[in-house]
Ligand binder design. Sequence first.
Ligand code: NDP
Length: 614
Amino acid sequence: MPSRKFADGEVVMGRWPGSVLYYEVQVTSYDDVAHLYTVKYKDGTELALKESDIRSQSSFKHRKSQSSSSSPSRRSSSRSRSRSRSPGRPARGKRRSASQSREQKDDKKKTIQETSLALPVLALFKRSENNTERYNGEPESTEKNDTSCVILEQKLKPDLEINRVLEQYSLRSRKDDKKKEEIYSEKKTFMAVKPIEKVPTKTKELEFGGRIGTFMLVFLLPATVFYLLLMCKQDDPSLLNFPPLPALESLWEGRVFGVFLLWFFLQAVFYLLPIGKVVEGLPLSNGRKLQYRINGFYAFILTTAAIGILLYFQFELHYVYDHFMQFAVSATVFSLALSIYLYIRSLKAPEEELAPGGNSGYFIYDFFTGHELNPRIGNFDLKYFCELRPGLIGWVVINLAMLLAEMKIHNLSVPSLSMILVNSFQLLYVVDALWNEEAVLTTMDITHDGFGFMLAFGDLVWVPFVYSLQAYYLVAHPTSITWPAAAVITVLNCIGYYIFRSANSQKNNFRRNPADPKLANLKFIPTATGKGLLVTGWWGFVRHPNYLGDIIMALAWSLPCGFNHILPYFYVIYFICLLVHREARDEHHCKQKYGLAWERYCQRVPYRIFPYIY
Ligand code: NDP
C-alpha cells in the first residue's frame, strides 16, 4: 500500500461523509492498518476519513477557480446539495463585491444550476468558521425548531439571500410546514437511493472494561441471574444468606427447553405475519435505510389470545413458576448458541455492515458487544425481533404465571394487592414499549450496538428473568400493603411513566420530523451533522429525562414488595447503575458526533439524569 499522503497537523480539505462537500479539517492521526485519517473539523467533530476523501488545500483552490466543475455528476444535480443541511451557512455574497453580487442576482437561475462545486466550497469555507462562532455565542446557539433540508429549500426559494435565511434557521412561517414535510420526505427518498460512501472504522475505544471486562461479563451476567433466582426461593433471602447450589441435573429438563423453543418460534411466526405497517429505520452509515414491520402490539394481542386459550383448557401456567430455574437455564443456553451463530455469521458480513461499537478485532469483545449491526435472515431482523418480542412479552407472561402461582400456593381467591400493582405497572411498561415499537428504531441498541451476547442474553434472559424478580419474590414472600400506600406508589409510577413517555416521544418526533408543528415551540442547538439538539422541553430539563422517568418507575415496581429485604430492590439499584453507565456511553458518542455543539448543550443543560444531583 502507498504510504500516507497527509501529515499529522496538516490542514486539508475533508469530505463530509455522505456529501460532496469539503470542509477545512486538521489531520490528527493516521491508522496504518485501516488506512484512515482521523481529522478534526472546526466545530470539534472528529471523523475517520479515507485518503480519497481528503484533498490538499492547494488542489482545492485550483478547482475552485474553474468556473464550473469538470465533474458531470456534480454539475448535473442540484439535489446533491441537499445533503448539506448546513447550520449557519453564510450569505454567499459576503466575500464578494457589490457589483458581483448584482450580476449574480440577475443571473439567479444560472447560479442555481452551477452551484455544484463553487457554491458549496465557498459557503463551506465560511461555514466552519461560522459554526464555531455560532456555538460560542449563547443567543445564536439556539434556534427555533423550524429546520428543514437546505438544498430543497433553495429549490423553493432560489435567491442569493437564501443562505442568510437558512443561517438563521427559523424564518419560515408555520404555514409552510406542509411544504417542509414534503421536503423532508423527498430528502429521505434521496438518502435511500443515493448511498453515502462508507467510511469503515475499527472500534478503538473499548467499553465494558475492554477484553478482560467483557470476558468476565460473559460469566458474571448468567451467574447473577442464577444467584438472584436462587436467593428468591430462600425463606430468608438476606444477602449474607448464600443459597445452596442446586444439583446440576436439576437445572436441565428437555421438556422445558422444548417449551422455550416453542415460545421463541411462536413469536417469530407472529413477527412474520404480514400485519402492521412497514417503516424505515434511521439511515445507516452507507445511507441505506432498512425496513421494519411494526407488529409487536399485534403479537402481544395474539399471545394474550393464545394464553387465554391455554387457561381455558386448564393449562396450569404456574408450571413456569415450578420450573423457573430450568427456563432460565434454557434461555441462557439458547442465547449463548444464538450469540455464537451471530459471531460466526458476522465474520462473513461486509465491513460496512459491522457495528460501530463492536468492530475491535478482538474476538471476546466483538462477541460480547456484537460484531454485526443488523443481522438479518432474509427480511427477518434478528436483533429487532429479540429486542421487544420473546423477552419482553415473555416477561408479562412470567408475571402472570407468578400471579397464578401466588393464588394457588397461598390459596387466595384474588391476588395480593402487591402482586396486582407489580403486574399492572410492568404490563403498562411492556404494552407501552410495544405500542411505541417504532421508537426502538432510534435507540442506541438498534443504531449503534451490534447483536452479540450482550443483547441476546439481555433480551432473552436478563429482561424476562430478572425484571420479573419482584413478582417471583412475592410468590415466596407474601407482602401486604395498605390502600393509601398503594395509592402513593401508583401516583409515583404514573409520574415516572409520564416523564418517560413524553420525553421519549418528544425526542423521537423531533428526530423523525424536525419540522413537526407540535414541536414548534421547542428550541434546539444546530450541529454540524444537520441534526439539532433540543435545549427546551424535557431535553432542556436534564440530558436524559427518559432515564429519570424510567428510574422513578423502577422504584415504584419495587416498593410493593415492602422493606423486609433488599432483593426486590435489585432491579432499581441495577437499573440506576445501567442507566448511569449508558448515559456515559451515550454522552461519549454524542461528543464525538456533535463536538462543540454537544459541549454547548451540556453547558445549557448541566444535569445528566437527576436535576440538581447528577
Ligand atoms: P435515548 O432514547 O436516551 O437516546 C439517546 C440519543 O438521543 C442520543 O444518542 C442522541 O442521538 C439523542 N439525543 C441526545 N440528546 C438529545 C437532545 N437534546 N435533543 C435531541 N436528541 C438528543 O437512548 P436509549 O436507547 O439509551 O434509551 C431509550 C429508552 O429506553 C429510554 O427511555 C430508556 O430509559 C429505555 N431503556 C430501558 C432499558 C430497560 O432495560 N428497561 C434499558 C435501556 C434503555 P442522535 O442525536 O443520534 O439522535
